[in-house]
Design a protein around this ligand. Sequence first.
Ligand SMILES: Nc1ncnc2c1ncn2[C@@H]1O[C@H](COP(=O)(O)OP(=O)(O)OP(=O)(O)O)[C@@H](O)[C@H]1O
Ligand SMILES: [Mg+2]
Length: 205
Amino acid sequence: VIISVASFKGGVGKTTTALHLAGLLADSGPTLLVDDDPNQSAQRYAGRGGDRLPFEVLSSSVWSKQQPQVEHQVFDTPARAESADVRSLARGSDLVVLVSSPDPMSLEALLDAARLLDSTPEARYRVLLTLAPPYPETDAAEAREALEAAGVPLFRGQVRRAKAFQKAAMEGVLVYQTRDPRAKMAWLDYRAVFQQLRDELEVTA
Ligand SMILES: Nc1ncnc2c1ncn2[C@@H]1O[C@H](COP(=O)(O)OP(=O)(O)OP(=O)(O)O)[C@@H](O)[C@H]1O
Ligand SMILES: [Mg+2]
């Protein structure tokens, strides 16, 4: 399958999401993460871990030269994607995962992206809320309510805000490969999201 991870706002967890979804896809076949961000954050992330990720990371320029035929590909995109780029990415993907944190600025940008994809023929997308603050903060629940009211398709699960993700980023590994006490819960968040994605895209293990 081909998945693109995008948002119109920076720093909402795109690269983290792209890496973790690629890690989950890698269980069911060779997987490539295509780093389409000129900041090369995914490549640098992978570099810090020295090849401890269960998939390969390629820059988009190398990818377009080689056109590798790999079972699963995940595209990480720049902080502020251009509308035209998101549209063409969406056309080439089985699913666009639109990422947002549950804060007003990020949600506003998310609604713009959702409308853009609504008006893109053949584009299929689902929204993932990340950086969800812990109970008793209600930001994520309120964001879900607002998005549901706006008719935006959401993943049933969401990804909590957890320092384990920053630790994983520093070590260049996926969150389950860190020793943080909350790493397990953090990993389960992405696993649950992946299960829905897998069922909907009919990825076979
Ligand atoms: N669920 C989370 N909990 C805590 N920190 C997180 C979480 N997800 C991502 N982060 C951290 O937030 C920062 C931004 O995440 P990330 O790089 O994935 O966002 P991005 O949308 O790709 O950013 P950019 O737009 O700059 O490419 C990183 O330091 C990352 O480790
Ligand atoms: Mg990024």
